[in-house]
Design a protein around this ligand. Structure first.
Ligand code: SF4
Length: 375
């Protein structure tokens, strides 16, 4: 078991593009957190005796947790599992929760990495997304976190926003890269059904984001990040060497992890499972000493698709030895034959017994990946 993910399903306000599981009502918070502690105990035997290398608080907004709430999780985790002394312990934080006072509090916990949801430094974009923080807080939070002694800081930005011109995007990236950070994640805006943003677009209140502009913004980001010492290591993730997210890397490598909390996903190496996306049902199930979750065993085809999908997203690419060993010579032959046209137009690189996306190929990752699903 490589890592533990804890889903904290509470937010201050609902960002218009978000389709994660969360609620802005904090009435049931105590019950959910206490059920999560119970879930950790209930599933303690699922990790074998393996050492936990990473702990990741995601959500939702884990930076809303108080010192006591956070420490209750650490106490439970450290008394239940064998946690590595140098475990990467990440907490997703929103800029408005990283006041100097709060940062002092976080310093007294084992958290050693923040993933900060800045998304944009521009008031106009933040309003469009209905983010809870201001542009001023976006600019200050990483500086204050570094001053408080946090050395491993990641920030998130979003490109492809309808309100974001190419020049404004360049400015956002430059501002982020000038901060004392080790890692940056950049995601293109996606319009998820049933979100406020999808509704606003349907009503004509917000422009449909332009894919071509988003592609230009992403392409520029790749060059800029590389030139400033943050080469891409996963399609949406860039870091200084040695600061790649260990937790997320374990997902892309297909390593097992335990997901705690409503809607959290787990993987034990063979079976995926995901907890119910309802706080009330989650709490009720744990009160009855059971887990309300769905499971899925991957068949050969699904395991192959997953390997192609996750491996092509990372810079090291897809190992052809791995494909041969797990799926046989015939599948590898089909894969290389289908890959041929992309190798020819230089969207894929076939080198050192790996298939890798070129910088141009990154723009067409979805299409290339689905074409390579040869079984
Ligand atoms: S803070 Fe994060 S989880 Fe909460 S609504 Fe916004 S994007 Fe979604």
């Amino acid at each position: 078991m490589s890592g533990i993910y804890l889903h904290i399903p509470f937010c201050k306000q609902a960002c218009h593009y978000c389709d994660f599981h969360f609620t802005t009502s904090h009435r049931g918070k105590e019950d959910v957190l206490s059920a999560m502690l119970n879930e950790i105990s209930m599933r303690s035997n699922e990790t074998g005796n393996e050492t936990i290398q990473t702990i990741y608080f995601g959500g939702g907004t884990p930076s809303l947790l108080s010192y006591d709430e956070l420490m209750a999780f650490f106490e439970k985790i450290y008394t239940t599992f064998n946690v590595s002394h140098d475990a990467e312990i990440t907490l997703e934080a929103n800029p408005d929760d990283l006041s100097k006072e709060q940062l002092k509090m976080f310093r007294r916990t084992p958290v050693n990495r923040f993933s900060i949801g800045i998304q944009s430094f521009r008031e106009e974009d933040l309003k469009m997304m209905n983010r809870a923080h201001s542009a001023e807080q976006a600019e200050r939070c990483a500086l204050d976190a570094a001053d408080a002694g946090f050395e491993n800081l990641s920030v998130d930005l979003i490109f492809g926003l309808p309100s974001l011109s190419f020049d404004a995007w360049k400015e956002n990236v430059k501002m982020a890269l000038a901060l004392p950070i080790t890692h940056i994640s950049c995601y293109g805006l996606t319009i998820e059904p049933k979100t406020a943003l999808a509704w606003q677009i349907n009503k004509g209140m917000v422009k449909i984001p332009d894919d071509e502009i988003a592609a230009v913004q992403y392409q520029w980001l790749l060059d800029m990040a590389e030139d400033t010492g943050f080469p891409w290591y996963e399609i949406s993730n860039f870091s200084k060497p040695g600061y790649e997210s260990k937790h997320n890397t374990s997902y892309w490598k297909g390593l097992p992890y335990l997901g705690i909390g409503p809607s959290a996903h787990s993987y034990d190496g063979k079976v995926r499972s995901w907890n119910v996306s309802s706080n009330a049902m989650y709490v009720q199930a744990l009160a009855e000493n059971r887990r309300e979750a769905e499971t899925e065993s991957l068949d050969v085809k699904e395991r192959f698709h997953e390997l192609v999908l996750t491996s092509l997203r990372v810079r090291n690419g897809l190992s052809t030895d791995d494909v041969r060993e797990k799926f046989g010579d015939a599948v590898l032959g089909n894969l290389l034959e289908t890959a041929g046209k992309y190798i020819e137009c230089e969207w894929l690189i076939h080198r050192d017994r790996h298939l890798k996306l070129s910088q141009q190929g990154l723009l067409f990752a979805d299409k290339i990946t689905s074409d390579l699903f040869v079984i």
